[in-house]
Design a protein around this ligand. Structure first.
Ligand SMILES: Cc1cc2nc3c(=O)[nH]c(=O)nc-3n(C[C@H](O)[C@H](O)[C@H](O)COP(=O)(O)O)c2cc1C
Length: 193
């Protein structure tokens, strides 16, 4: 499969970046072709501008400023997101990626007022997330990032497909052991992706 891996951690030496590298390596080991999309390293501009909003529904004009990202998404047969959780959501650069790239005509079409997916070419979805919060605190907060992955993105791609959702919670109290155990979990899951 050709797997698009989206990453949004600003620090190269972070554990989040190590999870990203592990994800890339394990997917390659499994024989997948990997498109590594490190949004910070690529200086992705996440701001949906006035112009972007004016042409938002006008395919293909709406894709002109993000054509490379649209082409990469269209080629994807698998999608994996590797990101920290910020304010119980995605970092702005990743949120902006969805705003600016998952456009009408690209990820969905409005047909008689109903959303129809244009992402059926993606056969598998995965996410590797890190939280500062414990599972209980995330649960009490409604765990929006988990719902975005398991409900929103999954529904947009194909609700019939399963999702590989991996999370290291409680990073505020993590140890070398918990980080290593989670890295192993990511390795195994991505080698089976
Ligand atoms: C700006 C910012 C906002 C954060 N907001 C949350 C949050 O709402 N919920 C949470 O569980 N952790 C939150 N965290 C903690 C990060 O998820 C945690 O630090 C990260 O997953 C671990 O990676 P890092 O410390 O290497 O960046 C936040 C961290 C930052 C920097």
């Amino acid at each position: 499969m050709r797997v698009l891996v989206l990453h949004s951690h600003p620090v190269e030496s972070s554990y989040g970046n190590a999870l990203y590298m592990q994800t890339l390596e394990s997917l390659k080991t499994a024989g997948h072709e990997v498109d590594d999309c490190n949004l910070y390293a690529e200086n992705f501009d996440p701001v949906l501008s006035r112009h972007d909003r004016m042409v938002y529904h006008d395919y293909p004009e709406n894709t002109e400023l993000v054509k490379d990202y649209v082409d990469r998404l269209k080629l994807a047969e698998g999608l994996v997101i590797v990101t920290p959780v910020w304010n119980f959501g995605f970092p702005a650069i990743l949120k902006g990626y969805f705003d600016r790239v998952w456009l009408p005509g690209v990820s969905f079409d409005l047909v008689d007022g109903k959303v129809e997916s244009r992402l059926r070419h993606i056969r598998k979805l995965g996410a590797v997330l890190t939280y500062g919060a414990t599972p209980f605190r995330a649960f009490v907060a409604g765990n929006p990032p988990k719902k975005i992955v398991k409900r929103v993105l999954r529904a947009q791609i194909n609700p019939r497909r399963s999702v590989t959702f991996l999370a290291h919670y409680d990073m505020n109290n993590c140890t070398a052991e918990t980080r290593s155990a989670f890295m192993g979990k990511v390795k195994t899951a991505m080698e089976r992706f």
